[in-house]
Design a protein around this ligand. Structure first.
Ligand SMILES: [Zn+2]
Length: 117
């Protein structure tokens, strides 16, 4: 075993002891298995932080996925409020505005339904 390998294994062991977790990802530079240290991804062999763009995008997609049901609920709530207003509104100008708004909300809802597939 080379000295470099030995020190990286020691480093890895130390990080694991301190609560780091092994990731199913390998370092793009040296193909060593990466560690997650708090919020950072770390390569013990390169001895530096590694930024994995893919996992950032996944995290973003996850965040959006969590947001979608809430957004859907809000849109449906607004549509139901709008329906009540429409019912009691007789002014054509106001009705036009309300109808336009309803179309926008329905489009947003429709787009949302397609996203969650
Ligand atoms: Zn590395």
């Amino acid at each position: 075993m080379t000295e470099k390998n030995e020190s990286s294994i020691k480093k890895m062991a130390e990080l694991l002891r301190r609560g780091a977790t092994m990731l199913a990802l390998s370092c793009p530079h040296c193909v060593s298995q990466l560690l997650k240290v708090e919020d950072d991804i770390y390569c013990a062999t390169c001895n530096r932080r590694v930024v994995i763009v893919e996992s950032d995008q996944e995290a973003e997609a996850e965040a959006v996925k969590v947001l979608l049901p809430k957004l859907r609920e809000t849109l449906i709530g607004k549509l139901s409020t709008l329906t009540n207003i429409l019912e009691s509104e007789d002014n054509p100008e106001e009705l036009t505005k309300l109808a336009n708004l309803m179309v926008l909300l329905l489009q947003a809802l429709n787009r949302l339904e397609n996203m969650s597939d």
